[in-house]
Design a protein around this ligand. Structure first.
Ligand SMILES: Cc1cc2nc3c(=O)[nH]c(=O)nc-3n(C[C@H](O)[C@H](O)[C@H](O)COP(=O)(O)O)c2cc1C
Ligand SMILES: [Mn+2]
Length: 455
């Protein structure tokens, strides 16, 4: 069976039936899906949300796929604790796509006056958003000079039956292709893929060097080639098993208001490159599922962005400091906070590692380093380490006025202060930390697993 969104959902549902919520009640396309995901997140619940009945629309919407790290690991055939350690092994395997002999994404083909974006269940996510947005669209494009393919995520604002606004503000490869085409007065062909296998989305959210095609990474992550089919109106190949593909082009020398949109900082912003996207075809399955990604400072958006980015940074850090153990960018800190654990070899080394990491990642505003008895994915433990192993005057440093991410509303002139906190114990610490043997912990964990409450 083809590895696509449906086969993934089926496999996941049979493994974790309680983690797929099929919502049969009618929901509004305005805000309700986003609000449900974000309210559940406050309760530390991260199910897949499958909305069967969207007011005024025939097609269902699936959302929140990437909200849970354990689920992302499942998508990649890993355990949660392997997400960082095994990313490199997985991502170094590349499998070239193949041509498909069957293309469900072409069951319906809409061209010319039959193109109507408005009839699809594309939501408005926040009250502050400028309108309906495609948040889960993976763009397919190719380098106009080398022909090397590219996947990327770009938000798309619906502006009319065949018109969208796009923002290429993170200035990745797609932005570079568009810039070069515009210099020649040429349009850039782009296909937007909605509802591919989640591994294709993870590849789309990965930044590879410009001469590498993320579609080959997607194949590697899936363990099999992605089957492709020619687009109807573009010189591009698109995934044959996607739920939907929107074909079109970014116009040169045209700009139009785009946004505001709810960003990953948790604030609404209209920072945008204001590109104009003209649609030339829409193709989809007869019974298509629309895939939405919860935007804003959601666990979904942040986890998806971090799936490749954190292992890429961790790998570089580990080359310089082989004794780092684990790394977490907690959702509470959006992209700005990092918790790092290490087996400290000498005093001062945590500060050295923090300076290295600040140099690697300009988004970072503060880092906490803890010993390896602290689980960096357990925020309670990290804060306990800060409470009992950290003195602000001795164990911290601040570097003012360093380049940062300008979406941080507390930054100024593109700069912010960087705070490093060393919450490791002195190497000669005498105090005894209470705890239990691994053996006892394992025994107790088994008891918890086997416990059947009386009902
Ligand atoms: C869900 C999601 C939405 C994103 N939206 C945008 C966007 O609207 N504009 C943008 O410039 N970058 C956006 N990004 C970041 C880029 O897609 C990401 O950096 C990508 O890997 C760049 O790929 P490329 O360099 O191959 O073009 C988004 C990322 C995710 C995960
Ligand atoms: Mn790329």
């Amino acid at each position: 069976m083809a590895k696509d969104l449906r086969s993934f959902l089926e496999r996941y549902r049979s493994n974790y039936p309680d983690e797929v919520w099929e919502i049969k009640d009618q929901v509004s396309l305005q805000y309700e899906g986003t609000a449900l995901a974000l309210q559940l997140e406050k309760k530390q619940r991260f199910p897949v949300l499958f909305f069967e009945n969207i007011e005024g629309h025939a097609f269902p919407v699936v959302s929140n796929l990437f909200a849970d790290r354990k689920r992302i690991a499942f998508m990649l055939g890993l355990e949660e604790d392997q997400l960082i350690s095994d990313w490199h092994r997985l991502a170094s395997r590349r499998i070239k796509p193949i041509m498909a002999n069957h293309a469900p994404v072409k069951e319906v083909v809409r061209l010319g006056s039959a193109i109507d974006l408005l009839q699809y269940p594309i939501p408005v996510h926040f009250e502050s958003d400028a309108g309906r947005y495609i948040s889960g669209g993976v763009t397919v494009s190719k380098d106009p000079d080398t022909g090397v393919g590219n996947l990327n995520f770009t938000r798309l604002q619906i502006k009319g039956a065949d018109l969208m606004g796009a923002s290429l503000h993170s200035r990745g490869d797609l932005w570079d292709f568009q810039r070069r085409q515009e210099e020649r007065g040429k349009l850039l062909e782009v296909a937007v893929v909605i509802g591919a296998h989640p591994a294709v989305c993870i590849a789309g959210a990965t930044r590879l060097p410009i001469n590498e095609d993320e579609l080959e990474l997607a194949g590697g992550l899936l363990g099999e080639p992605v089957p492709l089919v020619p687009a109807e109106t573009l010189d591009l190949l698109v995934p044959a098993n996607a739920e939907m593909v929107i074909e079109g082009f970014i116009e040169p020398d045209k700009r139009d208001q785009e946004g505001p949109f709810g960003e990953y900082t948790g604030y609404s912003t209209d920072r945008s490159t204001r590109n104009v996207f003209r649609v030339t075809a829409i193709t989809h399955r007869k019974d298509m599922i629309f895939h939405d990604i919860v935007p804003g400072a959601s666990a979904e958006h942040l986890n998806l962005s971090k799936t490749s980015r954190v292992p890429q940074e961790f790998e570089m850090l580990k080359k310089a400091f082989p004794n780092v153990v684990a790394m977490n960018y907690p959702t509470s800190g959006t992209h700005f906070h990092c918790y790092l654990s290490m087996k400290k070899k000498m005093e001062g080394q945590p500060k050295q590692a923090m300076m290295f990491l600040f140099g690697l990642d300009m988004y970072l505003k503060w880092i906490v380093v803890v010993d390896d008895d602290i689980d960096v994915f357990n925020e309670q433990e990290v804060l306990w380490a800060l409470a009992t192993r950290f003195q602000a005057d001795r164990d911290s440093f601040v570097v003012p006025d360093v380049a940062c991410n300008i979406l941080d509303p507390s930054s100024h002139d593109g700069m912010s202060a960087k705070l490093g906190m060393d919450a490791t114990r002195p190497l000669d610490a005498k105090e005894l930390k209470m705890g239990f043997s691994q053996e006892l912990i394992q025994k107790i964990e088994q008891k918890i697993k086997d416990f059947k409450p009386n009902n």
